[in-house]
Design a binder for this molecule. Structure first.
Ligand code: PLP
Length: 405
């Protein structure tokens, strides 16, 4: 029999957050070993439960949720999202500008499928949340990575961004607050990015799924609130702000210069209709989540669990010789640097595998986020303080062993 091969469409597609290192960790767990997981932003798995009223809404409405909904999603949920856009000062959003999806993930893939012809280019940050790079590639596009500058709190290097624009560039992706760096962009940076988009006729895709996970009293500006003469597509959902990753409830909002985008919007409507509708039970939770008590604020307050865990992980990690890190302002992650003079790593996936085998700590290598050099990794600070402390001791011990080699 001939070997059955995957489609060539997947040739440049990878998603290493759930790649070989995670597969090895799963195997080790099946063998009975305990692994401390600092690899995935899955809040409820760490006891950070979705708000009870949100869960109750899904349960209460389960009986009404067996039929397909409108392809773009339930009216009440979209209406609540429309109100949220008003709170975020995104102008002119109508119900039909809002698409619900099985998480933001489905919509990110859909947005790229609907836009790109083979060889079209999209500006994607490096490091990025790798679904973006994968979604561009899967749609036949070419991701062109612009560097975010660690020395400038991981904000985009605008000169590098400009230098990556060609006559095939169609769009720019902005992940703010950022996964994997925890960066939060100042308004001046957002204005500068809009200006570049304006000059080169680019769509701005804004992934704002962590817009309420903000530390130290920081506030978030939706980039789509800053202009109306550029086309914006903004992504958000219940996964992070409401700790309901498994509900698969996300949304996408089209705003700004929509008049010239009728054909693209038509494409989005076709794709939304083809998948019939997003999962319905979770849609019932959206109105309650957005309108209810915002318990995420308790977690990110200075004494809240997420803030305390961030501080602990940051302090312990940066005490390890040769590790430095920009302290996250938002989201659930940090992206520390391993000084190459002290840790001359050739293959960062091997480094993470060795850490896993020796110390039972699971992290993701920086190159998994399309970072060009093997000198970073991403850490998720979701485990409780005991586990975090334990894992930091283990990482420190592993690094010490590496330095002594
Ligand atoms: N965008 C970013 C930046 C993320 O970090 C994630 C998940 O980790 C997603 C999108 C996907 O979110 P969802 O669960 O809504 O598919």
């Amino acid at each position: 029999m001939k070997p059955i091969q995957k489609s060539a469409k997947l040739d440049n597609v990878c998603y290493e957050i759930r790649g070989p290192v995670m597969r090895r960790a799963k195997q080790m767990e099946e063998e009975g070993q305990r692994i401390i997981k600092l690899n995935i932003g899955n809040l409820a798995a760490f006891g950070l439960e979705a708000p009870d009223e949100v869960r109750q809404d899904v349960i209460r409405n389960l009986g009404n949720a067996a039929a397909y909904s409108d392809s773009q999603g339930l009216f009440a949920a979209r209406k609540a999202i429309m109100h949220y856009t008003q709170e975020k000062r995104i102008a002119g959003v109508q119900i039909d500008d809002i698409y619900l999806g099985n998480g933001a993930s489905e919509l990110i893939v859909m947005a790229m499928q609907g836009l790109l012809n083979n060889g079209d280019e999209v500006l994607v940050p490096a490091p990025d949340y790798p679904l973006w790079t994968a979604a561009v590639s899967l749609a036949g596009g070419v991701p062109r990575h612009y560097i975010c500058d660690e020395g400038a709190d991981w904000t985009p290097d605008l000169d590098d961004l400009r230098s990556k624009i060609t006559d095939r560039t169609k769009a720019m992706v902005i992940i703010n607050p950022n996964n994997p760096t925890g960066a939060l962009y100042p308004d001046a940076v957002l204005h500068a990015m809009i200006e570049i988009a304006r000059q080169h006729d680019l769509i701005i895709y804004a992934d704002e799924i962590y817009d309420k996970v903000l530390y130290d009293g920081n506030t978030h500006t939706s980039i789509a609130s800053l202009a109306d003469d550029v086309l914006f597509v903004t992504f958000n959902g219940l996964s992070k702000n409401y700790r309901a990753c498994g509900y698969r409830a996300g949304w996408m909002i089209v705003s700004g210069e929509k008049r010239h985008a009728k054909d693209y919007i038509d494409g989005l409507n076709i794709l939304a209709a083809m998948r019939l509708c997003p999962n319905v039970p979770a849609q019932y939770a959206i109105q309650t989540a957005l309108g209810g008590y915002q318990s995420i604020n308790d977690l990110v307050a200075p004494t809240g669990r997420l803030s305390r865990q961030r501080d602990l992980a940051y302090d312990m990690l940066t005490a390890i010789p040769g590790i430095s890190c920009v302290k996250p302002k938002a989201a659930l992650y940090m992206f520390p640097r391993l000084d190459p003079k002290i840790y001359p790593i050739q293959d960062d996936q091997q480094f993470m595998l060795a850490l896993l085998e020796e110390e039972k700590v699971l992290l993701v290598q920086g190159t998994g986020f399309n970072w060009p050099r093997p000198d970073h990794f991403r850490l998720v600070f979701l485990p409780n303080t005991d586990d975090l402390q334990d894992s930091m001791h283990r990482i420190a011990r592993f690094c010490e062993g590496y330095r002594r080699r």
